[in-house]
Design a protein around this ligand. Structure first.
Ligand code: ZN
Length: 109
């Protein structure tokens, strides 16, 4: 197994676990609410937390899908902006990085 195949299977596993997490969060969000006003208020703030978690998971899912697409297209590891090699060290720290460190720091400033 090449490093890229290994990475691909890691990303696919992560994707599957995020999908399960989102499905679980949606189940929690759709569960019936109690009628009691005070309980309802605390459930609503709980829903905001759940929605935040769901949003973060969905963001990560989108990034993983994009990374998998780049792996399949043979573009993985190339900077989206300048086409240079992103570098193994940066990818190890940030597997879905689309920009090399130079472009990322320019974009961030
Ligand atoms: Zn670049």
């Amino acid at each position: 197994m090449t490093d890229q195949q290994k990475l691909q299977s890691q990303l696919e596993e992560r994707l599957a676990s995020l999908d399960r997490r989102v499905a679980g969060l949606e189940g929690d969000l759709r569960s019936t609410h109690s009628q009691d006003w005070e309980e309802r208020a605390s459930e609503i703030s709980g829903d905001e937390v759940l929605e935040g978690l769901e949003g973060a998971a969905l963001d990560e899912i989108a990034q993983i899908r994009a990374a998998l697409k780049r792996i399949k297209g043979g573009e993985y590891g190339e900077c989206h902006n300048c086409g240079n090699n992103i570098g193994a060290k940066r990818l190890a720290a940030l597997p879905y990085a689309v920009l090399c460190i130079d472009c990322a720091s320019e974009a961030g400033s």
